[in-house]
Design a protein around this ligand. Structure first.
Ligand SMILES: [Ca+2]
Ligand SMILES: [Ca+2]
Length: 91
C-alpha cells in the first residue's frame, strides 16, 4: 500500500510541470530586507537561497576562555583554569 502511494505520488510529481511559475520575472531572495522576495513563503535567512549568504551566517562562537599567556583575573577566565594573578596571564 505504501509502495502504491509512493508510485502514484511520483507520477503526479513527474507530470506536474505547471506547478512552478517560471515567469519572466527573475525571482531571487534578498536576504536582509525582511520580505519574501521570491514568493516561496520563506523570508530572508529562512529561505534556502540565503543559506550561503554572509548576512545569514551565525557569528562564529568566540572562545569563552583565555588561552595561555592571555589576560585573566581569575582561573575561571582561563581555558587551563589557572591564572597567574600576579602577571594577570593564564598559565
Ligand atoms: Ca528577503
Ligand atoms: Ca523567499
Amino acid at each position: 500500500m505504501t509502495a502504491g502511494f509512493v508510485g502514484e505520488w511520483g507520477n503526479v510529481s513527474v507530470g506536474q510541470d505547471g506547478g512552478q511559475d517560471c515567469g519572466s520575472e527573475p525571482l531571487f531572495e534578498i536576504c536582509d530586507n525582511s520580505l519574501d522576495d521570491d514568493g516561496d513563503g520563506l523570508t530572508d535567512c529562512d529561505d534556502g537561497d540565503c543559506a550561503d549568504s554572509s548576512v545569514c551566517q551565525e557569528d562564529p562562537p568566540t572562545p569563552s576562555c583565555a588561552l595561555k599567556k592571555e589576560a585573566c583575573s581569575t582561573g575561571d577566565d582561563c581555558c587551563s583554569g589557572r591564572c597567574n594573578t600576579s602577571k594577570g596571564a593564564c598559565l
